[in-house]
Design a protein around this ligand. Structure first.
Ligand code: 4AD
Ligand code: MG
Length: 461
């Protein structure tokens, strides 16, 4: 039976026969002995295979090139070399899949992250993407663990929807391919409006509204799925397809919502530190020497809570000159958010009670009639990592907001029904999963923390 590299490296049981399968990272040596570094993805570390060059014909060894897939049988022994405690003394080497060194795109020397984006089908075989993908897995698993342990139910919200959850109009339209003789409109073009079997539908921008449906029946729920935004933004923080975690809780007010968001983020960071120490150490050493310190800092410190209005005061009296002016009523730019988090407070910030006009229609109106019970969690190096709010539970007030913001009532009759029948205070938030992975891995570009990034003009794989 095959053992994983991770299990073998941790093994205390030496001088036994083992079988390992994986991909060759490097091979070096001389005419007496060859050293082959094998990685099988179970860990960032390679297993060293030592092959007596006289025992293996040059023909076989030639095929044991960087990128090839091999199966190695041999004895697990203590290693004399530095960097590893055990190694395999090979008795059999089988090349399962060759890789031509002349054309294999990944070479020993290392490649830029930009280049690796062009070979998204091979980049998981690098140390960096191995580490990122294992961390992504650990964090996704931790999300479910956290909520399951606390009595939340996982609900599956739809990807094809008939409504715009954010009322922001950043949606991808769903169409079906026209048949042989598609009905044409007056201009003689295929009438895509009539598609999805006669109903106009979009890819969801958020599972929140359906999450509210579930919360008003099951109490505490969360969704965790892909969401889509048709924004043409080429930034290091935006994707057209990203994953979002959205808890929604009946009987939670804004304070409770903030408490949950802070506890949840700390839990996720702690989980990554506990479960992926080797991957994080690698990323720390390779890309960002302050990564581990920053992660620990998040766990150890309370987030700073303040209102939008207070933040505007701070920004107005700041010595720093901003590119965009700060005025009560306008949305904060990322330079403003960064100033608050990285310069002024030097810790994560939860900003609340934004002006109603710059937030979504469903947020609960404050008593002043000008602000809403919104909360954004801002993180160092990331900016907004969470957006959430207490929801408007009053039917008339919600209808009023929808009218003011031109959100069509007929699309959301079912959402309004939640306020007609057994309404209750409730709150929730959305955590952008890739922004979380970005923060935890210390990577600089969101395109490098999702296996197949979707951004304008990029959908090759
Ligand atoms: O602030 P947003 O738009 O909020 C919502 O969608 C609410 N319905 C959430 C809720 O209350 N249930 O998005 C939430 C989070 C942002 O804070 C950000 O982390 C992430 O989703 N996000 C993106 N991540 C990557 N690429 C994009 N284009 C993103 N847009 C939002
Ligand atoms: Mg937001």
């Amino acid at each position: 039976r095959r053992s994983s590299v991770e299990a073998l490296l941790a093994s205390q049981e030496l001088d036994r026969e083992v079988l390992v399968k994986g991909w060759v990272r490097t091979r070096r040596g001389n005419k007496y002995v060859q050293f082959i570094a094998v990685n099988d993805g179970s860990t960032i570390n390679n297993l060293q295979v030592v092959a007596d060059a006289e025992k293996f014909p040059e023909e076989t060894l030639k095929d044991v090139a960087t990128g090839a897939c091999v199966a190695v049988r041999g004895t697990l022994v203590a290693s004399q070399g530095k960097g590893q405690s055990v190694e395999i003394q090979a008795s059999e080497i089988e090349v399962l899949g060759k890789a031509d060194p002349e054309t294999y795109p990944l070479q020993k020397k290392g490649h830029s992250l930009e280049f690796l984006r062009e070979i998204a089908h091979l980049r998981p075989r690098t140390n960096t993407f191995g580490a990122v993908l294992r961390l992504r897995h650990a964090l996704a698993f931790a999300v479910h663990q956290y909520f399951n342990d606390r009595g939340f139910f996982y609900v599956h919200t739809p990807i094809i929807t008939g409504s715009d959850a954010e009322g922001a109009g950043q949606m991808f339209r769903v169409t079906t391919l026209p048949d042989q003789n598609p009905p044409l409109n007056e201009q003689g073009q295929v009438d895509y409006k009539e598609d999805f079997f006669g109903k106009a539908t979009n890819l969801t921008v958020s599972g929140q509204l359906e999450g509210e449906v579930a919360a008003m029946a099951l109490g505490k729920v969360y969704t965790f799925g892909p969401t889509f935004r048709a924004e043409n933004s080429n930034t290091a923080r935006h994707l057209a397809e990203f994953w979002m975690i959205e808890p929604e809780m009946a009987f939670y007010e804004l304070e409770d919502n903030m408490g949950l968001a802070e506890d949840f983020l700390k839990y996720l960071v702690r989980y990554a530190l506990e479960k992926c120490p080797a991957d994080l150490q690698f990323l720390n050493d390779q890309y960002d020497k302050e990564l581990l310190g920053r992660l620990q800092f998040i766990i150890d410190n309370d987030f700073q809570r303040l209102t939008y209005t207070e933040a505007v005061e701070i920004l107005k009296s700041a010595k720093q000159k901003f590119e965009f002016p700060v005025d009560w009523g306008t949305d904060l730019q990322s330079e403003h958010e960064r100033y608050l988090v990285e310069k002024h407070f030097e810790k994560p910030v939860i900003l609340t009670n934004y002006p109603k006009d710059i937030k979504a229609f469903y947020m609960k109106l404050d008593e002043d009639g000008r602000t809403v019970r919104a909360m954004d969690v801002l993180f160092p190096g990331i900016g907004e990592i969470i957006g959430g709010s207490q929801r408007e539970e009053n039917l008339e007030k919600l209808q009023q907001r929808m009218q003011e913001m031109h959100v069509p009532e007929e699309e959301l009759w079912w959402y309004l029904d939640l306020r007609r029948f057994g309404s209750a205070p409730h709150s929730g938030f959305g955590l952008g999963f890739e922004r979380l992975v970005l923060f935890v891995t210390g990577m600089a570009n969101i395109r490098d923390v999702i296996p197949f990034p979707r951004f304008p003009k990029n959908a090759e794989f």
